[in-house]
Design a protein. Structure first.
Ligand code: BES
Ligand code: MN
Ligand code: MN
Length: 454
């Protein structure tokens, strides 16, 4: 039997397994779901055992558990591929915008709808299905596979970093393969060769010791809401350039040949705007939209809160104002360096009538992978064969913080073979994964094991 016919014969079973996986409400940021993450990790461990993985272990951490396991090839000179993915998901709010319960998956036409369908359970599941397929069709694997599946990616992989430091030996191998990125366009096979990094801050501005009557006091002292707005507006020029001194110091330019390749990608600016309900793209001047998304750092406000926000009017001078600000980083910016520069600059911008507090959250380093890596080439052949189309190389605007640590700590490169799409609502209501792309993913990964052994 061929790989593709095994996959189509077992599509229903694969989907059933995925639906069970998706039913675990594995929201890593919320303490009330701790038990669900444990249950999910154990369920996945049992599934790995059923596929004949050995040394399957659920490692408890101070946070959520990490799954490891090994499947050995009978070929003693087979390379070892590490598979990384995450079973945790983002919160589901606003809940009322979901068509159904986010953890009750359903199929609507080509759409598998549930939290985690695209990011990342659906893609982790492609790996399991492809391994099952390969074993069923060929009896054994041509590569050794080591699993490393975590439950804290969406909260910065805080416990995975020390874990890989402590388990260097067990995590030895040749390369990581990760499906947590996307296709550039419908049915267009895509390899991602760059991820942005991240730094994340909470900035709180405090004024008077309590909310005040804005008539009695307005005009006499600083208003934290207004001052925070002013502070934020000073972080970028009207040309979209970030004003933090030294922010761009280590930003690496994009080689001309890479720029030329990006310019040939099927990117339609008007369609992009239409899908997002905006009239035009914008951002740092002098760069194309794809360059700004993939090769330029950003500074974004992720949340903003102050004063009276209920319906109606209240004349109040608020005591405090809060915001969350993050920066996406590109090679060779260092999160620690940017954190220092951000904190110093923002502290200087604090008006004399206010007090400022800056908190740091999790972050991660940017990543660039070498396209000439033999496993990237194997990925390219696998995709080409599965899609019957020439794969494209792209970067991603998003971040997978652990990927840089795989290189720094384990000296391992990563092949980023992802099958979701930007419009699949990752982190948003009604997250979905295309069933068609799910099948392409399983077909591609089934081929990848063979190509990686060549
Ligand atoms: N799978 C995404 C990363 C991603 C997004 C890759 C888009 C390619 C395209 C991942 O689960 C994610 O959401 N990462 C967070 C990291 C953060 C929480 C530390 C991100 O990018 O915001
Ligand atoms: Mn993800
Ligand atoms: Mn995510």
């Amino acid at each position: 039997m061929s790989v593709d016919s095994y996959i189509s014969d077992h599509q229903e079973k694969f989907l059933e397994g995925l639906f069970t996986f998706l039913r675990f409400p594995t929201i890593s940021t919320s303490v009330s779901h701790q038990k669900d993450l444990i249950d999910c990790c154990e369920w996945l461990a049992n599934h790995a055992r059923s596929l004949s993985f050995e040394k399957v272990q659920v490692h408890q951490t101070k946070g959520h558990p990490i799954l490891t396991g090994e499947l050995r090839s009978p070929n003693p000179s087979a390379p070892t591929i590490l598979v990384y993915g995450h079973y945790d998901v983002q919160p589901v709010d606003p809940l009322h915008l979901w068509r159904k319960d986010p953890f009750e998956p359903f199929l609507d036409g080509d759409r598998i709808i549930a939290r985690g369908a695209a990011d990342d359970k659906g893609q982790v599941w492609m790996h399991f299905c492809s391994i099952e397929t390969y074993l069923a069709v060929y009896g054994s694997l041509p590569v050794n596979i080591k699993l490393l599946i975590e439950g804290e990616e969406e909260i910065g992989s805080v416990h995975l970093i020390p874990f890989i430091k402590e388990h260097k030996q067990e995590l030895s191998g040749d390369v990581f393969v990760i499906s947590d990125t996307g296709l550039f366009a419908d049915e267009l096979p895509t390899i991602c060769d760059g991820l942005r990094g991240l730094v994340y801050f909470e900035v709180d501005l405090y004024g008077p010791n309590r909310d005040l009557h804005s008539g009695t006091y307005g005009g006499s002292i600083d208003n934290p809401a207004f001052e925070l707005a002013r502070l934020i507006s000073r972080l970028k020029t009207d040309k979209g350039v970030i004003t933090i001194p030294g922010f761009y110091d280590h930003v690496r330019g994009v080689p001309e040949d890479v720029k030329a390749l990006w310019a040939t990608l099927p990117f339609d600016e008007d369609k992009y705007c239409m899908e997002l309900g905006v009239h035009s793209t914008s951002g740092e001047s002098g760069f194309t939209t794809l360059e700004r998304l993939w090769a330029r750092p950003t500074l974004e406000v992720n949340g903003l809160l102050s004063g009276f926000v209920e319906s109606g009017a209240k004349t109040v001078l608020p005591a405090k104002a809060h915001c969350k600000i993050s920066c996406r980083l590109v090679p060779d910016q260092e999160p620690k360096d940017i954190e220092r520069k951000f904190v110093r600059f923002v502290q200087e911008l604090c008006p004399p009538g206010c007090r400022i507090e800056i908190k740091l959250h999790h972050g991660g380093k940017p990543v660039l992978v070498d396209r000439n890596n033999r496993f990237i080439q194997a990925g390219k052949r696998a995709l080409r064969d599965a899609f019957q189309k020439e794969p494209v190389f792209v970067r991603a605007g998003g971040s997978i913080p652990i990927v840089a640590a795989f290189k720094d700590v384990l000296n391992l490169d990563s092949v980023l073979l992802g099958f979701s799409q930007p419009n699949e609502n990752a982190h948003s209501p009604n997250e979905w994964l295309s069933l068609k792309h799910f099948i392409y993913g399983v077909r591609s990964l089934s081929r990848f094991w063979g190509e990686a052994a060549k």
